[in-house]
Design a protein around this ligand. Structure first.
Ligand SMILES: [Zn+2]
Length: 318
């Protein structure tokens, strides 16, 4: 069993350890250490990256006996190692994961909706919640509640409890494992059984923003972003809005109204164009008819069109 330094201190970025085992997964050599700050993929949170003795860590996985396997880009010699984790990646995961706990609690409080799963990708964060219906107004209320917990800068701490102590806690959902359970508490606000890495205070999460949602059977998938991800998302959206407003010579807040008006004008222009095309074809048909020659009792018109659609030519012939 590898000692998990991230349980005690999620801010530990550099550590020394001893190699206790070596393995191989596919083509990658793997090492097992007596202690590590590298988080293995679990509970919806992806693994850390970084280096061990300067060799890149490609993946971190949990073995069957609780050991943590670091898959490496190359072999490392010797029995002692120094590990450094990729901190921006880890901190991003901490912001999303702590934000998720708060958001899930808000769904419980506002809609009595349980979170059934959490996914954290390279640039997206989602939770699936049990819900029959979801509307914009509710999303705004929940978002406001979640950000209020952030602005209150509630402390976040992790601790282990036994089964008796567990019964006294208002857990969001029962833990999947028995024995000593690790609890992550957002001070008096949310209690979750969780092995993940978290910010030490809600203020570090930054903004929690619900971006969109979609129905998936009897659940809704809520797409949200926290902290730096929310800032990056705001940045490109703001830049897009500014360029569009400049191109259309309106204020950013007038964009919605302006685009609706332009679309309506476009539809109207399209209708007028169709009407005028029809009229023009009628005139053209009458003119061609006047040039028709009699051939075996039929009136024949010969004309070559190189730049007209077959639909238009058919219409002309009728
Ligand atoms: Zn968690």
């Amino acid at each position: 069993m590898t000692e998990r330094l991230f349980f005690e201190d999620a801010y530990c970025r550099e550590f020394s350890a001893m190699v206790t085992g070596r393995t191989r997964v596919g083509k990658s050599p793997g090492v097992i250490l007596d202690r590590t700050a590298f988080y293995p993929t679990s509970g919806g949170q992806p693994n850390d990256l970084g280096v061990l003795n300067g060799v890149p860590v490609l993946d971190v996985v949990e073995g069957e006996s609780g050991e943590i396997i670091h898959l490496l880009a190359g072999e490392i010699e010797g029995s002692s190692v120094t590990g450094i984790i990729d901190w921006p990646r880890r901190f991003d995961h901490m912001q999303q994961h702590s934000g998720q706990h708060i958001l899930s609690q808000c769904f419980e409080r506002a809609l009595n909706a349980a979170t059934v799963s959490f996914h954290l990708g390279l640039d997206f964060s989602t939770i699936d919640v049990s819900l029959a219906a979801f509307i914009e107004e509710k999303a705004t209320d929940i978002e406001t509640m979640a950000n209020a917990a952030v602005f209150e800068n509630r402390g976040i701490r992790a601790y282990f409890v036994n089964e008796a102590q567990l019964l006294a806690l208002p857990l969001r959902k029962p833990p999947k494992v028995a024995g000593a359970i690790r609890i992550v508490e957002v001070d008096g606000f949310d209690f979750s059984a969780c092995g993940g890495t978290h910010c030490r205070a809600a203020g570090e999460i930054g903004l929690i923003k619900v971006r969109k949602w979609e129905r998936r059977g009897d659940t809704f998938r809520i797409d949200f972003l926290c902290g730096n991800r929310a800032l990056k998302d705001y940045r490109w959206k703001n830049s897009t809005l500014n360029s569009l407003a400049m191109a259309l010579s309106v204020k950013d807040r007038e964009l919605g109204e302006t685009v609706s008006r332009l679309l309506a004008e476009g539809r109207e222009a399209q209708q007028q164009l169709s009407y005028l095309k029809e009229k023009l074809l009628d005139y053209e048909a009458a003119e061609l008819d006047s040039q028709a020659q009699s051939l075996g009792g039929m009136r024949v018109v010969r004309q070559v069109f190189s730049q007209r659609s077959s639909e238009e030519i058919r219409r002309l012939a009728v």
